[in-house]
Design a protein around this ligand. Structure first.
Ligand SMILES: Cc1cc2nc3c(=O)[nH]c(=O)nc-3n(C[C@H](O)[C@H](O)[C@H](O)COP(=O)(O)O)c2cc1C
Length: 163
């Protein structure tokens, strides 16, 4: 199979579009992310594909925890405002409305429809600039009663971060 064909095939995976929050002490951050999957049932684990150079990775390495914020399609603009890196937009988290999570104390965004609190168990560096961060889901909740068809996804935005 050709490299281009592989890239094209990878772009056909319909990801969700999430905001990942992190915290070390009083330093809090938020980033947008689509590389996420559940990988086990009992206990429940998820994996995220995370850029090594991101500010988020720095905070996650220090604290060993993060939160996945899941949104309703109607709230796309809430997530979009966090697209730039902390480096390019140092005040990014300043615009976030949040409450610290009850289990991990990592921020949960007020507009999120649902959230997952995660404790990191393994970080596998792929050698490509991104790592697979595997964590156990230790908390979570729903603020809005939405169906999966209403969850904000990459296809909704017509954006791609794959290939
Ligand atoms: C649509 C979209 C999807 C993205 N998905 C991911 C992703 O799954 N994993 C990742 O590491 N970065 C992803 N990024 C890039 C990060 O959001 C970007 O590196 C971010 O600036 C990191 O923020 P931070 O440095 O404040 O942590 C995505 C960016 C966009 C615009």
């Amino acid at each position: 199979m050709e490299t281009k064909a592989i890239s094209n095939a990878l772009t056909l995976i319909p990801y969700g579009f999430y905001a990942v929050t992190s915290r070390d002490g009083e330093d809090r951050n938020v980033m947008v992310l689509n590389w996420l999957s559940q990988v086990s049932f009992e206990p429940q684990h998820i994996v995220i594909g995370l850029q090594n150079s991101s500010y988020t990775m720095n905070l996650i390495r220090k604290s060993g925890k993060f939160v996945v914020n899941i949104f309703d399609k109607d709230d796309a603009n809430v997530v979009k405002q966090f697209t730039k890196s902390r480096e390019k937009n140092p005040d990014k988290f300043g615009t976030a409305n949040y409450t610290d999570g009850p289990v991990t104390s990592v921020p949960v965004l007020d507009e999120a429809a649902a959230y997952l609190e995660v404790e990191v168990e393994e970080i596998f560096d792929t050698g490509s600039g991104h790592s697979a961060v595997i964590g156990k889901v230790v908390g979570g909740g729903e603020a809005k009663e939405i169906k999966v068809q209403e969850t904000l996804t990459m296809p909704d935005l017509g954006w791609s971060y794959a290939g």
